[in-house]
Design a protein around this ligand. Sequence first.
Ligand code: ADP
Length: 540
Amino acid sequence: MMNVQLLVSSLLEHAEKFFPKKEVISPMPSGIVRHTYAEIGKRTRQLSSALEKIGIQREDRVGTLAWNHNRHLEVYFAAPGMGAVLHTINIRLSPEHIVYIINHAEDKVLFIDEDILPLVELIKDHLKSVEAFVIMTDKEELPETTLEPVYSYEKLLQTGDEAYQFVKDIDENAPAGMCYTSATTGNPKGVVYSHRGIVLHSYALGLADTVGVSENDRVMPIVPMFHANAWGLPFAATWFGSTQVMPGPRFTPKILAQLIEEEKVTKTGGVPTICLALLKEWEEGNYDTSSLNAILCGGSAAPRGMIQTFEQKYNISFLHAYGMTETSPLATFSRLKSYQMDLSQEDKLDERAKQGILVPGLEFKVIDGQGEVEWDGKSMGELLIKGPWIADEYYKDERTKEAFQDGWLHTGDVVTIDEEGVIKILDRTKDLIKSGGEWISSVDLENALMAHEAVFEASVVAVPHAEWQERPVACVVLKDSYKDNVTKEDLLSFITPMFAKWWLPDDVVFMEEIPKTSVGKFLKRALREKLKDHFAAESL
Ligand code: ADP
């Protein structure tokens, strides 16, 4: 067969050729803007050409500090299209980490949304490699800024050639993208995506038994474009000619619910906390959700009760997936097999709450100290993955040695695997609770608590304990209407039948809010810190 290089620019070229009339919709401060793929194609070519003119060279890193909208999509294709590397930066990280990331990646130019300008002004004197700033503003004139040299996105675009030809003499294994994942301790770790990895991962998103992104979809990626490339949705949706509905800068659950209704979104995707926020908005408001046929959810375990509400109350397929920044991210996908359709509703939900089977194209194994664990749904081990869209190192980082060994990515996730090959994540290695020499899965306890009708969010963490080493303590946010009439005893007796006695949390602490990470996951580190003296204080 022909050895054709798989390049990111070919995804956009396909959309330009075959879907020129389909649209990308972005709610911007000046109002909703609509661009066809024909227009996006021209604007992207102009941008690639303009980047060359300001001195960006092949393999230079092009940083973005931006929300989800058409301009960000244009940079997604313009940077790799001229041989440079798209580097999406998580705007929710601390300023120190953002400085580290930009310096470590040696970004040459930064594309910045107007509302993120104050942050960049704050850190600008610490940036060592940046030679130009581009502000992605809707306005004619640049906002007042001390950044230098600074360009307005639209004016920069005008200096470029709309007939620019994307460079084709690129090795498919060359870097096309880059994203840093937060580490529990220490600095964020850089993951580099190759052209080939992005193209193959986009195929994976189109499979009927995974997300099935297709031309007739109107896709809204709620997951930010700075979080593992919005799970690759912008690449796949462009390639397959889907309409894209971007949430735009500083979206709220209300904006999301309105966009779903008004723009007739068919597929959306985000982490469980945002899915919960969306459900809350739907419960409180009066929205038409009938266009939405599927919600893709991953990033942390999807509570069973949430899956049930989406599917049974709203008739929306809940697509539960698992992955990491290091895995592009789609790695496993939860769908019932054809012969499981006559399972009871309860059993079906249990299955759907697991993380599913491996996406075709990847390999995996689950190991403990002795070797590969049995496929019995009980034996626990660490999940290892390899494949063409799995990273093989952290960019210029010593921590590569721990996570990548013998050609496998060691995910740091502790799982079981059953007879069907379905994996179930019990915890991240660091979040497992070690009580009296046995392991307790915080994820299982959280899911059970979140199935209670009064619970909005629940996070279970290990708290040091004099006798048992660690014990689980549940942190719970109640729904407003239940705040005065649900006790910790109610919650504990609700989950008691589901677990062995020693698994049950020793305490339930009610909170107004659970702290979240920069990508919307429960910040267990902060909870552990907050509760570390819990038992000592109790015994006083
Ligand atoms: P960060 O490390 O910044 O949270 P990632 O998004 O790369 O960034 O996190 C990947 C981790 O998220 C996985 O290793 C796993 O622990 C968790 N995760 C992802 N998807 C799921 C899921 N469906 N169920 C449970 N945990 C998940």
